[in-house]
Design a protein around this ligand. Structure first.
Ligand SMILES: [Ca+2]
Ligand SMILES: [Ca+2]
Ligand SMILES: [Ca+2]
Length: 439
């Protein structure tokens, strides 16, 4: 997802300019384009988040969202590769935001945040069968605990989040070594007086990498700490970005001994650059930063499947997919989406083998458009419009020929004093696309 939070010092104003473009459909659509179904009136808060998150492992497909009408976290689950679904209420709770879902076999982990006595906490709901859940308050403190990220590697579960308990914001971490039943004491990873934000976590074997940005010594910098013993001990903090420029919004993947970190730096008035650094020795040392684009509009998004690494971003040219190897950039493709690059305001990517699937949201004057793009770096990419909607959140999972796309829509009523929210799931393959009713 692009830019929920902004570095105040980085002028990313370009992003908020909503440009109306005559909608030219790319590729061919199997689904008829149509306005979204208007669900029942559910909220008077137009600012609320309608997050949705999908995760697929083998025949298990899990989609989690927060039902604002009933005040509950809901999980739709399929055990047959997405043909049939059952919906389960996981928990009744006020104003929750779903931050992520991870599926390992039939087990599912849902990380979310919700208000407790006026302050946010981070929660994990886990289940081994997708039916019965137990929920743990992971942060359980008096500060605002928000924006959790999670990685699951074997029995290890790592949850990091941003926490304001000691006055400034810090990156906190808790670790489970028994599949999420019990958790370690909380570790303060940033542990400084600056604003520590936008955390990313990736675990690979016994190694764990935690990256974030903070301004503890003036400028925003991209920072990294590394563990090689399942999070028992961490290296000192290293700074990956050029300390003379505000930098942040890190994306990171680790594969084998290689660690890939990309971010955005402020290089002048309304000008942002995207940088990539790679380590080939488990994060002990990093190659020189590579300038990927000097005209960055979106934050960069690293995605991997095994050794195949992709870096997706939007710059002045449009939507770009770069293939990355352990030594650097292999090739770069302009996806050729026929719209103003500034109108693309949301982007999610998944990779399966060498196939790349993306879901993008193109903002419009009255209504936006959700577009599915599929392809590879050899044969190129094609896109098809999925729906007209004012999309709030997007999620995608690609498995072989099948793509699972979940997204939420938000429609203002009248002067936006009320909004209608809908959650949508579309499963597609060579036979065609079908929409499943979620709400
Ligand atoms: Ca808290
Ligand atoms: Ca801090
Ligand atoms: Ca602190």
């Amino acid at each position: 997802m692009i830019m929920y939070r902004r570095l105040t010092l980085i002028p990313l104003g370009v992003l908020v300019v909503i440009v109306y473009v005559a909608m030219q459909y790319i590729g061919f659509g199997v689904l008829q384009l149509r306005p979204i179904d208007h669900t029942s009136l559910i909220s008077n808060d137009a600012m609320l988040k309608a997050n949705i998150s999908i995760s697929v492992h083998g025949p298990y497909v899990y989609i989690a969202w927060y039902d604002h009408a009933n005040g509950s976290i809901v999980l739709a689950s399929s055990r047959d590769g997405g043909n049939t679904y059952k919906s389960n209420t996981i928990k009744h709770v006020d104003n929750a935001v779903i931050n992520g879902v991870v599926t390992k076999g039939s087990s599912v982990y849902i990380v979310w945040q919700s208000e407790v006595d006026g302050r946010y906490d981070v929660f994990l709901s886990r289940s081994s069968d997708g039916i019965s859940f137990n929920t743990t308050n992971i942060s359980n403190n008096r500060g605002d605990s928000t924006f959790p990220v999670m990685d699951v590697e074997g029995n290890m579960v790592y949850i990091a989040w941003i926490d304001s308990t000691d006055g400034d914001t810090d990156v906190l971490l808790r670790i489970s070594n028994d599949g999420g039943y019990t958790f370690s004491e909380t570790v303060n990873i940033s542990d400084n007086r600056g604003d520590s934000e936008s955390v990313a976590v990736d675990a690979e074997g016994s190694s764990v990498y935690i990256a974030w940005h903070d301004n503890s010594d003036g400028t925003f910098k991209v920072m990294l700490r590394t563990s090689h013993d399942y999070g028992s001990t961490f290296s000192d903090t290293i700074v990956l970005s050029d300390p003379s420029m505000d930098s942040g919004f890190v994306s990171m993947v680790a594969e084998g001994k290689d660690v890939y970190v990309a971010w955005m730096s402020d290089t002048g008035y309304e000008s942002n650059s995207i940088y990539l650094r790679i380590s080939n020795d488990n994060g002990h040392s990093f190659n020189k930063a590579v300038l990927i684009s000097s005209d960055g509009i979106s934050v960069p998004l690293l995605t991997s499947d095994g050794a195949f690494i992709g870096l997706t971003y939007i710059d002045g040219r449009g939507l770009i997919f770069a293939t990355i190897a352990s030594y650097g950039v292999v090739s770069s493709h302009d996806i050729g989406i026929d719209t103003d690059a500034n109108a693309i305001t949301k982007l999610v990517v998944d990779i399966d083998g060498y196939t790349i699937g993306m879901l993008v949201y193109i903002d419009g004057k009255d209504i936006g458009k959700v577009v599915y793009i599929r392809g590879d770096h050899i044969n190129g990419f094609t896109g098809r419009s999925i729906a007209y909607a004012n999309a709030d959140d997007l999620s995608i999972a690609l498995r072989g020929n099948t793509v699972y796309m979940a997204w939420s829509s938000k429609v203002c009523v009248g002067d936006c004093s009320n909004v209608k929210i809908g959650y949508h799931l579309i499963v597609g393959d060579e036979e065609g696309f079908r929409e499943h009713k979620l709400t």
